[in-house]
Design a protein around this ligand. Structure first.
Ligand code: MG
Length: 361
């Protein structure tokens, strides 16, 4: 089997409502969707969604990088993922979103070529995964009302964005806990918004609201700070922006700097690298969560959900971005049960039946 073409499509759709995190505001989903065509008539779908606030990439750059990679990949067998990845890494450094788009489409082709859903190609532990639902930064009463509505709709875990200032963050978490009751898990994400000592002090006070974990309390480059928070707070700490790839994961777990790792396909460049992170973390006794960029369309979430269902060391999922889109730019893929369970398609690969051409540029 040989790659004959890699087509790119731009998708830009407004979110149901703007989403604020400590780093800025996100108003649109935006992605580069790819179709990898082969000489055997199998087409693979993928997605590269730059989260500029997190990855520093932008959509035009992702598209340009995919076209650079295309020139190197035409003629290769998309099932030879180690070879594909070696060529990609020798062509462009970083560029996780472009590599993720191609990696996901190649895995879609692998599933289709062996007539298996992707979750079974990747390990097959389960065919479903439960996701949390995220509440963006706002006034405490607004966040509490949104959290309550999500719980009433069926979500069991609320992820709450924090990371602005101590008084506001305390008020937010207090209001949400009071609104959702004691049975719902609350996980926090500061998106690098605090300093280490400030984080420890604040977490001591937030502990009374029964916090499951705190994601990325300190700046991404501050590994020492992350380690400080992990060793000085009883609230478990998860790395997100501090863990880009397997090398970051190795450093973080070797130094006992975190309790959990949040993997995103757009940071690490796809399923190939994500599996390495999961394996390194598992060897160190560190569980992983699978997350997504707020700008994603859902195609990459199908891939992330497949990995999350397939592997036992992925114990949490924050795969809620496609719930914020008014329409999805594809047909097929996972279905949703009881609001929070993503049930993977039993069709081969990602199980997508096609792209919505009317939603693409
Ligand atoms: Mg995060």
């Amino acid at each position: 089997m040989k790659i004959t073409d890699i087509k790119t499509h731009i998708m830009r759709v407004p979110l149901v409502s703007p989403f604020r995190i400590s780093l800025g505001v996100i108003t649109h989903a935006m992605s580069c969707l790819v179709e990898i065509e082969t000489d055997e008539g199998i087409t693979g779908y993928g997605e590269g969604s730059p989260g500029p606030l997190i990855t520093g990439e932008n959509l035009e750059g992702t598209v340009a990088s995919i076209h650079v990679l295309k020139e190197k990949l035409i003629g290769m067998d998309p099932r030879d993922i180690e070879a594909v990845y070696t060529v990609m890494n020798r062509s462009i450094a970083y560029a996780g979103t472009a590599k993720a788009a191609i990696d996901i489409a190649c895995h879609d082709i692998i599933g289709k070529a062996c007539n298996l859903p992707l979750y079974r190609v990747l390990g097959g532990l389960s065919s479903e995964i439960e996701t949390d639902m995220t509440v963006g930064i706002d006034e405490p009463e607004v966040m509490a009302a949104k959290a309550k509505a999500h719980v009433e709709a069926g979500f069991n875990v609320i992820k709450t964005k924090v990371g602005t200032d101590i008084a506001s963050d305390l008020a937010r978490v207090k209001a949400i806990r009071e609104a959702v009751g004691s049975d719902v898990k609350i996980r926090l994400d500061a998106n690098q918004g605090w300093h280490a000592k400030e984080a420890v002090k604040l977490l001591d006070r937030l502990n009374e609201y029964d916090i499951e974990l705190i994601e990325q309390p300190v700046p991404r480059y501050d590994f020492e700070g992350l380690k400080y928070v992990t060793s000085h707070s009883s609230v478990p700490v998860m790395a997100d922006e501090s863990c880009w790839d397997a090398k970051d994961a190795l450093k973080l777990v070797s130094e006992r700097a975190v309790d959990f790792i949040n993997i995103k396909l757009m940071k690490c460049g796809g399923l190939y690298e994500a599996k390495k992170i999961v394996n390194i973390a598992e060897a160190a006794g560190v569980e992983c969560m699978l997350g997504c960029m707020s700008e994603e369309s859902g195609i990459a979430i199908n891939a992330a959900a497949a990995l999350g269902a397939a592997l036992k060391n992925i114990t949490r999922a924050d795969l809620d971005a496609s719930f914020s889109l008014t329409e999805l730019p594809y047909e097929g893929g996972f279905t949703v049960k009881d609001t929070r369970h993503l049930i993977l398609s039993e069709n081969p690969g990602l199980g997508l039946s096609g792209l919505r051409e009317d939603m693409l540029q």
